[in-house]
Design a protein around this ligand. Structure first.
Ligand code: VAH
Length: 312
């Protein structure tokens, strides 16, 4: 039985559906700081992840044996409010680790390519390398990786994680990320036939379509633990592209689509501090990480599903 925090977020909202289809609706408890109008069928509870007691009570009463901690403030938002980001990202993580330790739950939380910094090798970024991020989000992610490994070595807690690239989805629009231009561009392509990118042409970042991200979480959590030499957190990626390449992919479907640039210095600085392309070979070797979507296949699916969503 799985408890998910941040269930209304960009990953959480689709992770709930994925887990419920894999394990049954009543075996997945969705929690978030508020209930949105988008009706969530199945078990749902209001939870602020900085409230340890309520988190413990909900997990215990539900009989959860697995915790998937997805609640966090993303990179751009965290740069606007670094102290709040520290308290939410680190306070929430510590609480979810402590509750998982007390109730002996298997544990998952995502890290990010944001856990790397300007001094990290930018191409084929290795699994084990220098991590000196220059954003509050990155500091939270590196500290989070070390904390999750600590709980594994010190308490034997079965913690696992992946360093996600930018994730692209059509269900919940991401809030406050840097890679979100790659989601916004699809909405604007359909609504306005043009998009003004806040990330400069030529800025490469790792990306992945949400279905591949969700499958990676399930595959990692079901992997044979004796095969895992690493725990927190595995490099995973599906593709690396820069804005003009995703624009070209969209133009194959919408020939009149045009991209323009109006660079946001804050989010550009964040993007420039991250790798261009990371190396997922350790995840492939230790638990069979794989992806199904490249840029053109993702674009075709995103435009199809968004057309349906926007016309609904
Ligand atoms: C962000 N989408 O932009 C998130 C993610 C790798 C990027 O961490 O902050």
């Amino acid at each position: 039985k799985i408890m998910v925090t941040g269930a209304l977020g960009q990953i959480g909202s689709e992770l709930i559906a994925k887990l419920r289809s894999e394990y049954g609706t009543d075996n997945v408890l969705a929690t978030d700081i508020r209930r949105t109008n988008s009706a969530i069928e199945g078990p749902f509870e209001i939870l602020d992840v900085t409230d340890t007691n309520k988190m413990h009570t909900l997990a215990k009463d539900f009989g959860a044996d697995t915790m998937m901690h997805m609640a966090a403030l993303l990179s751009a938002k965290a740069e606007e409010e670094p102290l709040f980001a520290w308290n939410l990202n680190m306070g929430g993580l510590m609480n979810s680790l402590e509750v998982s330790r007390e109730l002996n739950m298997q544990f998952f939380t995502p890290s990010s390519i944001g856990a790397f910094g300007p001094s990290t090798p930018k191409k084929d970024t290795p699994q084990d390398t220098l991590q000196r991020p220059t954003t509050m989000y990155g500091v939270n992610k590196v500290a989070g990786e070390l904390l999750c490994d600590y709980y594994f070595h010190k308490f034997g807690l079965d913690t696992r994680g992946v360093r996600f690239p930018g994730l692209i989805s059509y269900v919940a629009q991401p809030g406050g990320g840097t890679t979100d231009y790659a989601v916004d561009i699809y909405y604007k392509a359909l609504e306005e036939r043009k998009y003004t990118s806040y990330i400069a042409e030529g800025t490469y970042m790792d990306m992945m379509y949400m279905p591949d991200a969700l499958q990676a979480i399930v595959d990692l959590m079901e992997a044979d633990p004796t095969k895992l030499d690493h725990r927190n957190a595995f490099n995973v990626t599906a593709m690396s592209f820069e804005p003009s390449q995703i624009a070209a992919s969209i133009k194959k479907h919408i020939p009149s689509f045009e991209i323009a640039y109006d660079v946001d210095p804050v989010r550009q600085a964040i993007a420039d501090s991250w790798p261009d392309s990371i190396d997922p070979s350790v995840a492939i070797a230790e638990w069979g990480f794989k992806t199904n979507y490249n840029l053109d296949k993702m674009t075709a699916d995103m435009l199809l599903k968004l057309k349906l969503k926007l016309s609904a």
